[in-house]
Design a protein around this ligand. Structure first.
Ligand code: DGL
Length: 285
């Protein structure tokens, strides 16, 4: 069956990070149903080989297509860096919205000409980042840092604790010493700790979360493809995780601001995903 306006939007990430993008999509497109896949059993993707991230991304795409997704949002900078080009080549029947560090808007707005970028090791290694830097960072100095351990803290819901603060301070202080006035969040897990980032960098440094722009791009592509759901509200949300359904269910209100039905899935090797029948609804959580 080909994609229909009432088919869901497919969204995936290595874990809960993509919920920052899903949250923005829900604001812009409240009538759209969405299916979200969090590959929590394999988190973090950031330190993994590109080839493996590509295989995971392909298998997840096939799974989302089986759930009738009409467009797929790769709500993960790391998976976009490793797999977006390949996904577009392998699945020409569906449109993908990918993520890249928002160097362009940062370069346009910086006053000091110095911009910090936070992302995972794989994102910095990918050709996508190199091309973003080449196209948009002319005349701007970029200061890059990874945040080892931050993704795991966000997965635990530790958005305000000591460990999280230490990781962020280690990544941000060297950039602040270089007089940056803008920080780009190049990993979808990081917007959940914006309040703490803002405390550390102070009010003179702008923090850029690309999620609203990605939501707008999703809307534009759906409009161009005649795939917008005519409903103005009431889109249904369904989540799949390869991790623990109960822990994810308990984090949802904090991270997404709403609850949803959730089903556990299991990997069979690296090329197949199946539902295990283990699921929760918000009231059971
Ligand atoms: N949320 C992901 C990103 O945007 C990756 C986190 C990870 O699994 O390392 O890069």
């Amino acid at each position: 069956m080909s994609a229909q306006p009432n088919s869901p939007i497919g969204v995936f990430d290595s874990g809960v990070g993509g919920l920052s993008v899903l949250r923005a999509i829900r604001r812009v497109l409240p009538g759209e149903s969405a299916i979200y896949f969090g590959d929590q059993i394999h988190i973090p993707y950031g330190p993994r080989p590109m080839e493996q991230i590509r295989r995971y991304s392909e298998t997840i795409t096939k799974f989302l297509l089986r759930q009738q997704a009409k467009i797929i949002v790769v709500a993960c900078n790391t998976a976009s860096a490793a797999a977006l080009k390949d996904l577009r080549a392998h699945f020409p029947e569906i449109q993908f919205v990918g993520m890249e560090p928002a160097v362009k808007p940062a370069a346009e707005r910086t006053q000091t000409g110095r911009v910090g970028v936070l992302a995972t090791p794989a994102t910095f290694q990918g050709a996508l980042y190199a091309s973003v830097v080449e196209r948009f960072a002319t005349g701007v100095e970029l200061f890059q840092n990874t945040c080892p351990g931050l993704v795991q803290q966000v997965e635990l819901g530790n958005l305000e604790g000591k460990e999280t603060r230490q990781i962020l301070e280690s990544a941000l202080y060297p950039m602040l010493e270089k007089n940056i006035d803008t920080v780009v969040l190049g990993c979808t897990h990081y917007p959940f700790v914006i309040p703490m980032i803002e405390q550390i960098v102070g009010e003179n440094v702008r923090v850029i979360d690309p999620a609203p722009a990605v939501a707008k791009q999703t809307q534009r592509l759906l409009e161009a493809g005649g795939l917008v759901n005519p409903a103005s509200a009431g889109g249904v949300l369904t989540l799949f995780t390869s991790g623990d359904v109960k822990s994810l269910q308990s984090l949802l209100p904090v991270l997404l601001g709403e609850s949803a039905d959730m089903t556990h899935v299991e990997w069979i090797g690296e090329t197949h995903i199946q539902q295990t029948g283990d699921s929760t609804t918000p009231t059971q959580a």
